[in-house]
Design a binder for this molecule. Structure first.
Ligand SMILES: Nc1ncnc2c1ncn2[C@@H]1O[C@H](COP(=O)(O)OP(=O)(O)OP(=O)(O)O)[C@@H](O)[C@H]1O
Ligand SMILES: [Mg+2]
Length: 248
């Protein structure tokens, strides 16, 4: 479903990704780990089409569609979703307006009917409640003044409403207290199914006890240095990254 071949990309003028290969099949959960600065967010951003990166070689396709040829909004319409490591605040745009606009746009692009305001409100409230976000959060500006953990939960709320084909979750666990971690993991697990796939960037094996990955990859200096199953994450937690080097 997601196929990345020999991906090279620059952030600014710096070469960051130096030959990433990754295949993700429907129903799979992949965890992406690796030292700070190894290129995990860069990889997620390049897949999603965030500006500021330049692909210099390689390919990325989703269900056979060349993602790199599409602007970010069309990638989203193809089913790519990204939960940011650092969610941005959009003061003046209410969270509910934002979510409704995103969902309407997705539905229109996929030829699905638009939800009425009432249908949407019910759906959004139910999802928000599941994530422990109270009703007042919907009226507030997108992430405006949200605590770190609320921002992360809000990213997952977007995911639950948009039902993407591919969810890229960039350190959605960081900054969450232990209860929030459980709530967010339950949200992600409720979403995970045979028709979608998740790539989870994380530094902590603890998350992977809640969201069990099929594959764990370690990115070192812009390449996947090694992959394994979920036990590999525990090995990394015990040994660190020093023994893993980027393949030549
Ligand atoms: N615009 C830019 N210009 C130059 N270098 C950049 C730019 N953006 C990112 N980088 C560099 O790219 C490298 C990879 O960054 P990236 O955010 O992908 O790392 P990461 O693996 O997600 O790290 P972390 O675990 O800290 O989140 C870093 O060294 C970063 O400083
Ligand atoms: Mg990062």
């Amino acid at each position: 479903m997601l196929r990345i071949e020999n991906l090279h990309a620059n952030a600014g003028d710096e070469p960051i990704l130096r030959g990433v290969n990754l295949v993700v099949r429907p129903g799979e959960v992949h965890a992406l780990m690796g030292p700070n600065g190894s290129g995990k967010s860069t990889l997620a951003n390049v897949i999603a089409g965030r500006p500021g990166y330049e692909v210099t070689a390689g390919s990325v396709s989703l269900d056979g569609v060349d993602l790199l040829a599409l602007p970010p909004e069309e990638r989203a319409q193809q089913g790519v979703f990204m939960a940011f490591q650092y969610p941005i605040e959009i003061p003046g745009v209410s969270n509910m307006e934002f979510l409704k606009a995103a969902l309407d746009s997705r539905n229109a692009a996929q030829g699905r009917p638009e939800l009425s305001a009432l249908q949407f409100l019910k759906l959004a409230r139910a999802a928000a409640e599941r994530l422990g976000l109270g009703p007042e959060f919907g009226k507030r500006g997108v992430n405006e003044g949200f605590s770190g953990g609320e921002k992360k939960r809000n990213e997952i709320l977007q995911m639950l409403l948009l039902e993407p084909r591919l969810a890229l979750l960039d350190e959605t666990d960081s900054g969450l207290d232990i209860d929030s971690l459980g709530t967010v993991a339950a949200g992600v697990n409720a979403f995970a199914g045979e028709d979608n796939a998740i790539v989870l960037v994380t530094h902590y094996a603890r998350l992977l006890e809640h969201i069990v990955p099929d594959h764990v990859h370690v990115l070192v200096a812009g390449r996947i240095a090694r992959s394994g199953d979920k036990s590999f994450a525990l090995e990394i937690e015990a040994k660190g990254y020093g023994w893993l080097t980027a393949p030549a």
